[in-house]
Write a protein that binds this ligand. Structure first.
Ligand code: ATP
Length: 438
């Protein structure tokens, strides 16, 4: 990482902590590697992103079913899916400093990138987190925390078919937590051990896989634009045979130019009928689908768009982070799209010690709060400071009640975050103005 890119990551991490987006988990105990908590603004941003995904990938479509399956997973499921023996990375440990690295991330597999010591022989490191259900801690009570949301979808396929009788193609979607015991968690939200995924398993006839793959490829690009990730920094990578997951016949990675390198943002995989075949064999429950057209039983094939929530947030923040000069002063602001911004509007009285201004501002705040929810009231410090605070969290509009509002009934000033330009508007106009943009 160059000094400049490291600097950018540090700025983002620091802004996230300072302004209530993301905190290292268990901070007061020194933290725990690869775990992060979302503060109020981070949570609002996350909710906006997951809701936008749900709308585009599920509710706007006619062929999708949403579910919410458990995190704790019966071991037989992940044995059948191949994860219990296959979900592993190669680990190299330095003989001198004892640090551990993912072998495929090393440019020199012999030499420790930290201390220069000799690296030991690479060995398999299993990434699933284990737990035990019930009183006994033995092999029989062993369960896993899921490493992907997909398996909960496959194990519910029969339920969905029995309840809803969908025609192929159709998809099942879910958003949820997954766990990966990453060897080297790093780069803030990029590689964590407890993460959230937004996944679709799209069930198709085998002959339709190319068409479905391309359709989801386009949908992913559309989502990238929609959430405000800089599309110029996204590149597709056709994943080579040797690098693909054990279940995939074709994978395209959507890579983003992160400051620490061009790295995977999302994955799109053609999982074939691998999972359903394995679950049919292992569970002895027939997971095939009766095709009314051909009157044949078929095992559906699967296309899987898999999007990480944390990596989305990081890419959105990196795309939005801007430093410029406004009114002769340097400022930092998040150029977030109005749809994802955690706060849409901030309402201020020009002066804190003028009750008539405060009262009017509170009145307007209440109207906007009721209408949009993500609205804050701020009368702390001078107006310049308030603008800067709101800019840093990406608040789209700042509404100020001043003396003219009261004395001449000319409405309020509305300041645009990106340009700093203020215009006057009546309160009734204000609601429509905001509504049309979020
Ligand atoms: P990588 O090669 O970076 O380890 P992966 O290929 O194992 O990623 P997938 O199994 O395809 O990742 O997971 C789907 C998506 O989940 C990824 O594209 C990414 O957005 C997200 N993801 C996976 N692992 C992590 C992690 N440790 N931290 C944050 N997000 C992750």
């Amino acid at each position: 990482m160059t000094e400049k890119t490291q600097d950018l990551m540090e700025k983002i991490v620091s802004l996230c902590k300072r302004r209530g987006f993301v905190y290292p988990s268990f901070d007061i105990y020194g933290g725990l590697s690869g775990l992060f908590d979302y503060g109020p603004h981070g949570l609002a941003l996350k909710n906006n992103i997951t809701q936008m995904w749900w709308k585009q990938f599920v509710t706007d479509r006619e062929d999708m079913y949403g579910i919410d399956s458990t995190i704790t997973t019966k071991k037989e499921v992940l044995q059948a899916s191949g994860h219990a023996r296959g979900f592993a990375d190669m680990l190299s440990e330095c003989e001198k400093c004892k640090r551990r690295f993912r072998a495929d991330h090393l440019s020199d597999r012999q030499k420790c990138p930290e201390c220069g010591g000799k690296l030991g022989e690479a060995r398999q490191f299993y990434m699933m987190l284990e737990t035990h259900l019930g009183a006994a801690e033995d092999e029989a009570s062993l369960a896993y925390l899921r490493p992907e949301t997909a398996q909960g979808i496959f194990t519910n396929l029969k339920n969905i078919i029995d309840s809803f009788h969908p025609d192929l193609p159709f998809g099942i979607a879910q958003i949820g937590k997954v766990f990966r015991n990453e060897i080297a968690p790093r780069d803030f939200l990029f590689r964590v051990r407890e993460l959230e995924q937004m996944e679709v398993e799209y069930f198709i006839k085998q002959e339709d896989w190319k068409h479905a793959f391309e359709m989801w490829q386009k949908e992913i690009h559309r989502f990238i634009e929609f959430v405000g990730i800089d599309a110029k920094k996204v590149h597709e990578l056709e994943v080579a045979d040797d690098d693909r997951a054990h279940y995939s016949k074709r994978t395209v990675d959507f890579e983003f130019e992160f400051p620490f390198g061009l790295k995977e943002l999302y994955g799109l995989a053609y999982r074939t009928d691998y999972d359903l075949k394995n679950h049919t064999t292992a569970s002895t429950v027939d997971l095939s689908y009766f095709d009314e057209e051909t009157k044949e039983k078929i095992t559906p094939h699967v296309i899987e768009p898999s999007l990480g929530v944390g990596r989305t947030i990081l890419a959105v923040l990196l795309s939005a982070y801007t430093e410029d000069e406004l009114g002769g002063e340097n400022r930092i602001y998040l150029k977030l799209s109005p749809k994802v911004a955690p706060v849409k509007v901030a309402v201020f009285p020009l002066l804190k010690n003028k009750p008539e201004l405060v009262e009017k501002a509170r009145e307007i705040y209440k109207i906007l709060k009721k209408e949009f929810g993500a609205v804050v009231f701020d009368d702390n410090g001078n107006i310049g400071k308030r603008y800067r605070r709101q800019d840093e969290i990406g608040t789209v509009w700042c509404v100020t009640v001043d003396f003219e509002t009261i004395e001449q009934d000319t409405g309020v000033t509305v300041r645009d975050r990106d340009t700093g330009i203020q215009k006057r508007m009546q309160i009734t106009e204000l609601v429509d103005y905001i509504k049309s943009q979020i």
